[in-house]
Design a protein around this ligand. Structure first.
Ligand code: DAT
Ligand code: MG
Length: 148
């Protein structure tokens, strides 16, 4: 079983899309391992987007992510890093496939409503950064109907 870090960004919270987005992951069978509603600090935003700090859009990205509360989650499932990103759609909503969260709920790259880890390494790093030891394990009783 794999784990990934997913964040519902401030635009989606402000627009009342939290339930819609979480519902899409839940309905697929993805398990919510941990979740919290929080305001991101400047420091956390900087650490989270450290790899992008030389990009021209970095400053806008950080101010976007700290502009209001977010929902941070650890999601769990088989191949969940790839599946969560496929459910989200590619980075720019204008190019994302219809049916994905970004295509269905957003229009622009700088307001793309969700974040998801892109590899096993970044998932481990982001789960540690955002949850530390708070990402606990719990048993979900329907798992045998979802995982073969
Ligand atoms: P993703 O969020 O799909 O993993 P990423 O890690 O490359 O994409 O970039 C992180 C965020 O930065 C992305 O969700 C939106 C923003 N971003 C990426 N490329 C951008 C660009 N060319 N112009 C403006 N914002 C961009
Ligand atoms: Mg990324």
């Amino acid at each position: 079983m794999e784990r990934t870090f997913v964040m519902i960004k401030p635009d989606a919270v402000q627009r009342g899309l939290v339930g819609e987005i979480i519902g899409r992951f839940e309905r697929r069978g993805i398990k919510i391992a941990a979740m919290k509603f929080m305001q991101v600090s400047d420091e956390l935003a900087g650490e989270h987007y450290e790899a992008l700090k030389d990009k021209p859009f970095y400053k806008d990205l950080v101010s976007y992510i700290i502009s209001g509360p977010v929902v941070a989650m650890v999601l769990e499932g088989s191949d969940v890093i790839k599946i969560a990103r496929n459910t989200m759609g590619i980075t720019n909503p204008a190019d994302a496939a219809p049916g994905t969260i970004r295509a269905d709920l957003a229009l622009e790259i700088g307001r793309n409503v969700v974040h998801g880890s892109d590899s096993v390494e970044s998932a481990a790093k982001e789960i540690e950064l955002w949850f530390g030891k708070d990402a606990f394990a719990w048993q979900r009783d329907v798992d045998t109907w979802i995982f073969e």
